[in-house]
Design a protein around this ligand. Structure first.
Ligand code: CS2
Ligand code: MG
Length: 402
């Protein structure tokens, strides 16, 4: 089962995606998502120029050895570009193994630990009224969990708010737009959003909120405490997490559950957070944290410490990453929740898939492998289109975490 071809496919059916396609001598192929939002071509080059030559001739069944070869063998370890590339290779090899075994990947991972995967939806609005209406619509669509983001009075832009009627999409065409941020206005306003949501919608619905790395630990402690009466399912990324010890301060001040890790690349980024029980949900993904193999390691460590998974699932992860996440979610014992943002119709046409959504739950389907394909002819009609995430500055012009 030698690998004979490794292709990197870049396309933009509404947004940019990088896909790795590995082909074996028997003509079986596997797919991996290598999309790193705003830095896509760096991963494409890493794979095409440095990884593909190493894969040709390797046995596609040696998933663990290939992972170690690309990780330890590079000498330069970790980092988003390297780990996204390794993740794509790993995911593609699991896809191949599933196809050869004629089994969906979740069966290779130990089988289903649950009937279906609980997913949370996004709801956002520029005003409080719009946000409450958006959350209500997602609840009516059958979601049992909804992430609520609201525009902040006095701020032109807030994270997570759609600029038009289309679903929220973080990247924007061209060069990075600049936005203005005020911690004071945000902290003042957010508790009133959840107060209103709970008063109008009650406590049955699970509510989540993404702070998007904007606060300091003591500010995060204050927000978490203010949100306690509204019983959030989680408060996400309250602070930038390079300094894991900083989460101790948040924990000392609030019992609001904490989720972190969509930007993490390896188990080392969350080792202390997990081992000290400083978070409740780990958001590392298949795409950016070294693939299915490495994510399972992270989940294994998390399970020992009562931390559950809550994988990132924004639209900048392609349907290949979504499929891989669902196989992982269905199988892993300490699954918590999965983020779900529907892709554009063009993206769904480029990546036909077996996974399905039904009233708040998803399932990866029973197709062998990951159950997702890429229509390369159609993909070629959507060429790469440069786009960046915005940046944020405080009122005086100081750069702030976006
Ligand atoms: C996010 C994303 O889904 C989330 O929770 O924080 O919207 C994130 O901003 C993007 O994935 C960045 O590429
Ligand atoms: Mg997030």
């Amino acid at each position: 089962m030698r690998i004979v071809d490794a292709q990197v496919i870049v396309c933009s059916p509404g947004r940019n995606f990088v896909t790795l396609k590995l082909v074996t001598e028997d003509g079986v192929h596997g797919l991996g998502d290598a999309t790193l939002n705003g830095r896509e071509l760096a991963v494409a080059s890493y794979l095409r120029d440095h990884v593909a030559p190493l894969l040709i001739g390797r046995d596609a069944r040696r998933i663990e050895d290939t992972w170690q070869y690309l990780y330890k063998g590079a000498y330069w370890r970790r980092g988003p570009v390297t780990m996204t590339a390794i993740g794509a290779v790993d995911t593609a090899l699991w896809d191949i193994l599933g196809k050869v075994a004629n089994l969906p990947v979740y069966q290779l991972l130990g089988g289903a630990s649950r009937e279906a995967v609980t997913v949370y939806a996004h709801a956002n609005g520029r005003t409080l009224d719009d946000t409450v209406a958006a959350v209500g619509r997602q609840a009516e669509a059958g979601y049992t969990a909804v992430r609520a983001q609201c525009g902040v009075p006095g701020l032109e832009h807030a994270y997570g708010i759609a600029t038009n009627d289309a679903p929220y999409e973080p990247a924007e065409k061209g060069l990075p737009p600049e936005t203005v941020w005020s911690t004071e206005r945000y902290l003042d306003f957010v508790p009133s959003v959840f107060d209103r949501l709970r008063r109008e919608l009650g406590f049955d619905l699970l509510l989540l909120h993404d702070v998007h790395h904007r606060l300091t630990p003591i500010e995060a402690g204050r927000l978490g405490r203010a949100l306690e009466p509204h019983a959030l399912f989680w408060m996400e990324d309250p602070v930038p997490a390079e300094h894991q010890e900083a989460y101790r301060i948040i924990r000392q001040h609030t019992t609001t559950p904490i989720a972190a890790g969509e930007v993490f690349n390896s188990i080392f980024d969350c080792q202390l957070l997990i081992q000290e029980g400083l978070i409740d949900y780990i958001r590392a993904t298949v795409a950016h944290a070294g693939g299915i193999s490495h994510l399972r390691r992270i989940a294994g460590l998390a399970e020992l410490h009562h931390v559950r998974t809550g994988a990132h699932g924004a639209t900048d992860l392609s349907p290949i990453a979504m499929a891989a996440a669902l196989h992982f979610d269905l199988s892993v014992h300490n699954f918590g929740i999965q983020e779900h943002m529907p892709h554009t119709a063009d993206t769904d046409r480029v990546f036909p898939h077996a996974y399905r959504f039904e009233r708040g739950f998803m399932h990866p389907g029973e197709a062998p492998g990951l159950g997702v394909e890429i229509d390369q002819g159609l993909a070629a009609t959507f060429p790469y289109d440069r786009a960046y995430l915005p940046v944020a500055r405080r009122g005086d012009g100081t750069l702030h975490s976006w």
